[in-house]
Design a protein around this ligand. Structure first.
Ligand SMILES: Cc1ncc(COP(=O)(O)O)c(C=O)c1O
Length: 399
């Protein structure tokens, strides 16, 4: 090129869907598929090498609880999709959640957490944190300013949000959360996956996923992941190697497989969920449908601002209460009654009798869950078949 030549046109950044195909694959040599490093330990040629690796954060070829090449590939892929400097994988979503909470908080610290939460996270805050001298204040995360108002300057270490939230698909204002100064802010973005939103781009400090769900995407990997700045992840790594909830290389391999098809799966699930939600709104047995893609969602403007797709999760309330909820989940034939979400199979749950069974009626009400609430994770079946299946199961609730 001479000085007279025009500069080359700027290369547009690749779309996340394109990056996902190769993300985290640097260590796979010429293998097109991710490579499984099933080993727990690695030979070290010299004592000096061993000493170096034993004292290096995240050494991927020393001992697999510290780091493992397959797991590192999964971590790199998630960091890429979330726009993070680093990520750490765990053996489950709760492994990731508890590492963040117990790795960053000490006795005497305070956490502000949203009331609308996955029940396991809620129990960690409610039952385990007080045992360690960590005080937790729950707020309604949908109320503007509620997180910030509950922060105790100098005391609050974490502000914890989940968006969209279990099980009623409440949405948290990510920009408002990211603007909170003082404590670290965390978003459990499991329901959204990195395809729909990237909380770190709003100034949030850490994003957490149960990658057991949409990211893994096939109901065959138990995985959690945390992504954020290198500094925070290095600190968390120090706790994680002692906590010992490290991801298995096999599950990380399945996680990497999930990453490559995540965008198309989420798109299809969002489309089918939209059709199902609209059909449910027309049914006489249903008194309310909650789905981010519906005009009736109470936070529709926020959904449009921060979510690129509505996702595959919806919940609805049956007028017939607990018995109708139970009858519905026992009557579906194509959808299946099972906990979990984000996989190819459409799954239905009845929170009042399963995921939230430990909550008192008052706590259920505070979480917006009624005895007739049903949660649906829409899978990859043809939407026409799902519509017919739901119609016959709804009819059974009033038979
Ligand atoms: C939003 C959310 N976060 C965390 C978890 C925990 O994930 P895991 O079951 O992988 O421990 C779940 C599980 O359902 C969840 O729905």
């Amino acid at each position: 090129m001479t000085d007279a030549d025009p500069p080359p046109p700027p290369t547009p950044p690749l779309h996340a869907q394109t990056r996902a195909i190769r993300a985290g694959r640097g260590g796979d040599d010429t293998s097109l598929a991710p490579v499984l490093w099933s080993t727990t330990t690695f030979r070290t040629p010299t004592v000096a090498d061993a000493q170096h690796m034993a004292t290096s954060i995240g050494a991927p070829r020393f001992y697999s609880r510290y780091g493992n090449p397959t797991v590192a590939g999964f971590e790199e892929a998630i960091a890429d999709l979330e726009g993070a400097e680093a990520a750490r994988a765990f053996s489950s979503g709760m492994g990731a959640v508890s590492a963040v909470v117990l790795g960053l908080c000490s006795a005497g610290d305070h956490i502000v957490a949203q009331r609308q939460l996955y029940a396991g996270t809620q129990l960690l805050f409610q039952a385990a944190c007080p045992r360690f001298g960590i005080d937790v204040t729950f707020v309604d995360g949908t109320e503007p300013g509620a997180f910030e108002a509950a922060v105790r300057p100098g005391k609050t270490v974490l502000v914890w949000a989940e968006s969209p939230a279990n099980p009623k698909l409440d949405v948290i204002d990510l920009a408002a959360l990211g603007a909170i100064t003082g404590p670290m802010t965390v978003v459990d973005s499991t329901f959204a996956t990195p395809v729909i939103q990237q909380p770190l781009s709003y100034g949030v400090d850490l994003v957490v996923h149960s990658a057991t769900k949409g990211i893994g995407g096939h109901n065959d990997a138990s995985l959690g992941v945390v992504a954020g700045s290198r500094e925070l992840l290095d600190w968390l790594w120090g706790f994680a190697v002692l906590q010992g909830a490290n991801a298995s290389p096999f599950d990380a391999l399945n996680g990497l497989r999930g990453v490559r098809t995540l965008a198309v799966r989420v798109r299809q699930q969002s489309e089918s969920a939209q059709r199902l939600a609209e059909a449910l709104e027309q049914r006489p047995e249903v008194i309310e449908v909650r789905f981010p893609g519906l005009a009736s969602h109470p936070q529709r403007a926020l959904v449009e601002k921060q979510m690129s797709l509505p996702g595959g999760l919806l919940s609805f309330e049956l007028g017939g209460g607990f018995d109708a909820g139970r009858t519905f989940v026992e009557s579906v034939r194509i959808a299946q009654h099972a906990p979990s979400l984000g996989g190819p199979e459409t799954l239905v749950t009845h929170p009042a009798s399963t995921t939230h069974v430990n909550l008192t009626p008052e706590e259920l009400e505070r979480n917006g869950i009624s005895p007739g609430t049903v949660r649906v994770s829409v899978g990859l079946e043809h939407p026409d078949d799902l519509l017919a299946d739901f119609a016959q199961a709804l009819a059974a609730t009033t038979a």
